[in-house]
Design a protein around this ligand. Sequence first.
Ligand code: MRU
Length: 365
Amino acid sequence: MKINNQHYHTIWIEENIPDIIHIIDQRKLPFIFEIIHLKTAEEVAESIINMAVRGAPLIGVAAAYGMYLSLLNYRGADLRSHILETAWLLKSTRPTAINLEFAIQESIERVIGCRDQSTAIKAALEYATELRDQEIKNSSMIGYAGLPIIRNKYKTLGRTVNILTHCNAGWLACIDWGTALAPIYKAAREGIPVHVWVDETRPRNQGARLTAYELKEEGIPHTVICDNTGGHLMQRGMVDIVIVGSDRTSPEGDVTNKIGTYLKALAAHDNNIPVYAALPSSSIDWQIEDMNKVPIEERDPIEVTSIEGWDGTEISKVELCPVGTKAANYGFDVTPSRLITGLITERGVCLADKSSILSLFPERK
Ligand code: MRU
């Protein structure tokens, strides 16, 4: 996608500089556009923890590049232990998005049996590049799969389609295009009039800062709302579709996503508004049996008791609560499949239930 008319991905290697991973520092957007150079797996891990990179597909790809960097920099003799230690380091950065685990596991499988370090380096880089390219394709395919939902709504309504989204599930959360935003980008490029209600998404404000930024760059009409506003808009007929992303979806169609998604789905259900979760298959946890067991990230309460913004000169933080106030900062929640109208995947749209999901992914039967 474009920033000031220049095409960017969220993570890349530059030609002839194979030992540096480039990322966009998402902590500074939309105020400052800055590129960070990552040279070690530790730096990759830190960038995932501090959310310079974020979003389920992107942290998966970042971790795969982290595996590559750790092999590239290794100077010891026990390659196997080193691979497993790096995998543990990267996996322990954030618990909820399954993409992270998926990418690390796949990378281990590609490199662990390699006969020497240089073959392992090559295999790790090949995998990271392959995953990155695959996620770009997945996002674009999700866009095409979800487009008819918006197009049909437009045909029925004959006016601008109002779509509500939560968090940032756009190209910044992926490598390009996005998940929830991909169908919106495709629809807008097709000339369908759309307007996006953007939940601000406290405490990190991914909606207000990142989704609004992306939509502005893409020239798509949008309005940022407080997280509690969606229900009211739905009651007044001002929301036609809800589209969100997902950090971990079960084979039964339960969707883990940014905290607050569940409340939006409840309100939408009460108002007969369709709710779609858009996700690549790398966000499906094929193993999980009980969604109450999804590890829900709990972050520093300071993100709740303070707020960060631009004061005209720099990004700064101000306190919101009385000193010493206790706060809880749960990052994600689970929306049960009964509240989800459909899943938009790279293989098409399906109902949020096991047989429909397996009909798109028969190899998982
Ligand atoms: O905490 P974040 O910013 O990494 O959370 C991201 C989300 O919840 C997104 O909506 C998500 O990863 C789903 S699809 C890209």
